[in-house]
Design a protein around this ligand. Structure first.
Ligand code: ITT
Length: 196
């Protein structure tokens, strides 16, 4: 089956492509040469995931899903959260976002944080949400070159390396995205079986 993934984030697309079952063909917004930004004006992950999936469904009228994710940091009262992608400003990049977090947490002893993902799937106009979460800590310095976004400063609970020091396979053992995706895959497989 074909599924449109309403994302143009290469890091997310690569992660998701690496774990989808071989029977699912993923078509991202990059594959569709769609370069506009889909407006993310909601103030929750679920709200933004719905906006992106609904936009894709209305535009291409095919089964599609979206991913809205964020890093929630205890010491920062849950920030950057839904504003993770543009925490340091709309024209800033991942490094600027991490630098801002690290400077705001320079004297913080409470390093607890979590990544959350909401995946929204729309098939036949029906909307389904799937959530995933991973707990961990914010390190005092960036470490590792793999992954994307805040990976160099996030270390999942019980591990001694950051997401940016992990291969795609390793990150997938812990990641918020994989946990949400597993729920979506189980749901899609169940639906597929029931129509056979
Ligand atoms: P799309 O909307 O095109 O999917 P985006 O980058 O705008 O891409 P989000 O709105 O979900 O995606 O923003 C989430 C931001 O949170 C993302 O840009 C990263 O900075 C960060 N993020 C999300 N998942 C992450 C992960 O697995 N590792 C590191 N950072 C992550």
């Amino acid at each position: 089956m074909e599924l449109i993934f309403a994302s143009s984030n290469p890091g997310k697309i690569e992660e998701i492509k690496s774990v989808l079952p071989s029977g699912v063909k993923l078509i991202s917004l990059l594959d569709l040469n769609f370069i506009e930004e889909i407006p993310e004006t909601a103030n929750t992950l679920k709200g933004n995931a719905l906006l992106k999936a609904q936009f894709a469904y209305d535009t291409w009228n095919k089964p599609c899903f979206s991913d809205d994710s964020g890093l929630e940091i205890n010491f920062l009262d849950g920030k950057p959260g839904v504003y993770s992608a543009r925490y340091a400003g709309i024209h800033k990049d991942n490094n600027d976002n991490m630098d801002l977090v690290l400077s705001q947490m320079e004297h913080a002893d409470d390093r607890a944080a979590c990544f959350k993902t909401v995946i929204t799937l729309i098939t036949d106009g029906e909307v389904h949400h799937f959530e995933g979460r991973v707990d961990g800590i914010i390190r005092r310095n960036k470490k590792g070159l793999l992954g994307f976004g805040y990976d160099p400063i996030f270390e999942p609970e019980g591990q001694d390396k950051t997401f940016a020091e992990m291969t795609l396979n390793e990150k997938s053992k812990f990641s918020h995205r994989k946990r949400a995706l597993d729920k979506m895959i189980a749901f899609v497989e169940q639906q597929f079986k029931s129509v056979q």
